[in-house]
Ligand binder design. Sequence first.
Ligand SMILES: Nc1ncnc2c1ncn2[C@@H]1O[C@H](COP(=O)(O)OP(=O)(O)OP(=O)(O)O)[C@@H](O)[C@H]1O
Length: 974
Amino acid sequence: MADRMKIMDGETGSALSVAGGRMQVHTGTASGNRGGAREFRAEPCRTAEARWGRHAASLPGAMGRRDRWSRMQIRLTVLGPRSGQACDVLVTAPAGTPLSAVAGAISASAGVGQPSRSGSAVTLHAGAERLAPTAVLGHPPLVDGAAVSLHGPADDHALQAPGQVPRLQVVGGPDAGGVHLLHGGQVRIGRSAEADVPLDDPDVSRLHTAVTVEAGQVTVVDLGSTNGTTLDGLGVGRRPVPFEPGTLLRIGESTLTLEMPGAGRGEGAVPPPPPNRPAVPDGEGHLQVSPVPRPPSVPVPPDAGPAPAQAPGSRARALAKRLTAARSGARAAETQELDRLAARHQEMRARRPDPSEVLLTAIGPGPRLWERGPGHPDALTVRLGTVDVPVAAAPVAVGLGEAGVLGLAGPAPRVRALARSVVAQLAALHGPSALELVLLACDEQAEAWSWMRWLPQLRPAQGQDCRLLLGLDADQQQRRIAELSARLELPPPKRATVVVVDESSGRRVRGDVARLLERGPAAGIHALHITADPQRLSPVCGARAVLTGEVAAYLDVTLPDGSAMGEVVADAVSPAWAERFARALSPLREAEGPRPRSALPERARLLDALDLALATPAKISARWSELPATGGSTAAVLGVAADGRCSVDLAQDGPHLLVGGAPGSGKTELLRSVAASLAAADRPDRLSLVLVDGAGDGAGIGEGLRTCTDLPHVSTYLEASDPVRMRELAQALTAELNRREDLLDGRDFGAWQAERLLAASRLIGQRRPHEERPRKPSEQGAVKTQVRTEPTLPRLVVVVDDFDALVAPALGSPGRPSAGSMVRALDAVARRGARLGVHLVASTGRPERTSGGEVDEQARLRVALRTDDPVSSRLLVHVEDAAGLDEAIPGRGYVRRRDGSVTPFQAGRVSGRIPRTATLRPTVVPVEWQRMGDPPTRRPVRELGNGPTDLALLASALQRAAESAGAQPCPPLI
Ligand SMILES: Nc1ncnc2c1ncn2[C@@H]1O[C@H](COP(=O)(O)OP(=O)(O)OP(=O)(O)O)[C@@H](O)[C@H]1O
């Protein structure tokens, strides 16, 4: 356990330190305050730590900015010194941490050395790049999904865009998706490992074809292959022929194209593609890609019929007949029709990106990244392969929206290669806000899907109890199916779900998959059902693609309209391709737009909301010194609203605040937060707090308002279980009201304060006309002191928890005999207080009991936390919404102001333990991806130990600030 920590406040020079269980608040020297330390016996708490990063990141608006302690979390793969040895690790560290801080732990995770090994003694590479120890975690290349190697430079699969170099792209076939840069000279393509461009295509010879780049010209020759080479359908022999961009090079079942970035494509050249999308590092391991609202890249011409790829096979065959007729010299009109068709297919190829385009889209990130939202015409449409009818390499695609369930069948390795291509298209073209992916596969197939662990769409975004939406064993499968099944009755959300159900090993996924496949599409849950045997495909598949042929390179496709197409060359991509694709996608995030108004954090820390995360005396003194000499502040921060801090001003919006809610809804905590934030707002000689625990339960440790008594502003604390003191306080409160009436002599508190301010400024300005020189600061200070020595009247805020227990005390409760006098005194405060600078902040657990009383009537500021019923909510804030609030989120509520507006907010917590800096220490934890579908092991929510709370930290800082400002707390009322 790390038991030493120090938090410095750079602005003020103050510090909080915890060492050996003792907490010290050191007064800063930057503002000239006296140095010193105040001590608490404290056990550092292990659990409060987890909240820190989450809260800081979750606060919206002004408080949602990433502060200097924001947390960075990335998943990396560590490649060990022996090839093939790799493990994933989760690295958590404060943003800005250098690699050297975790290099030792990273190498230890691969079984090399000790975690404590100095970072500079470890050499790490990301691809071919040697990483400097000063490389910053969370910034490229050390972002989510990166692979770092310990054994020297790794194969540079360059997760960067390929830039302006000519490249060969494998656009179709059994090993599609490759992007090969042509730097010059000869490049041999073949099945052999010796080939410069190896292709896993059984119909390709070991060394099949060569492409040569020389003096800016690109040529192609056949290297004596068995099955020959064609370029746009024309045979290529041993003599080099020019290879033009845009033409199709066919070898075996593979199709390749040449791309020459920056170069035109001859006559009628295609305009250069749009530039890649900017991906801005957020310093926390991700790259933010902003959405580009634009029409689909190639709009469908208005007069165009349905895309041939989705057209019935008969239609395609008819088009082919017309092609033949035209070739044999038919009329010019037919030729025109052909040209139109060719252009149309060019468009279709662009709309149905081939696997190499899909890879470039992820790596760029390319202009088409996540282009398809819910209304996009090609949403959920995926390319399955190509067919040479009516023109070469026409893409064949199917819309999952229409099909509902797409069945893919064939021998396991081949069908998974096809499925990889389909899933990759979905992930490249639909952002995580438009698409959720879920994987259900049996244990033994899991490894084949390991690449999916990097996809952002596989992360749970709807509160699912897991770290990735995986169902790899019976338990995970049942959980995922239960989560999805719970949505079957609901209308489809905007965000689609695609479930990948892999049963190609012959084993069935556990759970009611049949029901999910049948009813899912109507609820926006689509599926890919993958089997080895076509007979085992679900009968509800709306479209099917069955691998055929000797080496399962072709597809028989049945489209949603029932039409069929044969001899489709399947798009298939390798596991290595998929891994590279998914890692490129892993760090990408959709840049956050403005937070929706309804979005509130589940937890909020009051000190963050007060902008006092480091509550140091100097910071508080500086705040108080900005207040006018007289008057003061009655601003109280309640917590966080959707657009930032949620605060109220008792004097302006009140004068009184009533808080209601069911047991456990967070009333007491909110009252503590109000007391704490009032104290932070003004000096204890100008604002005095009287605390009353109406249910008399303040004796328990950490209970009631007793925990606030260290605030220097608290002059009086009372438990309602003491009838004698209760009667005394009731009398004292009434006497205080009378005293104020006399002093103010008919004026109200605000006017009296204004008069004092005027008198003070007169006093300061009195001698000015006769003076030859302006007053020195020391002389002004003397005048201010003189103003202060006149009779002062602090604002008084009476905070009463469980007011309902005073109104209707339980039979036999010790305070019962005096409760009536107390209620009468509080009623008087409610009635007369506004004019006299006396405010009431009261909570009620039974609004029906307190409703209609003076306190209820006079409280213009009203809060409803979760209520047991709509009636209580209505009694509190005139709307019923508080009855629907979640029990699991204490502190969530609505505030109603004088003007009738009702705003949801999350109350700031002040009794929580101070977040420890220990969590801000970098950690490197190995992760087993197959287990990421399990419920995450959570730190216990219960706070352990009795470490210092935020409230104690604030109270200590306030006491020091009050001392250094010479602010004497007000005398007790009793
Ligand atoms: N804003 C908050 N954020 C996080 N936790 C909170 C918040 N408010 C309250 N809680 C937690 O909820 C629990 C109940 O809070 P609290 O005692 O304030 O509720 P209450 O409404 O006063 O309950 P009761 O009427 O039973 O006294 C406590 O464990 C507290 O720590």
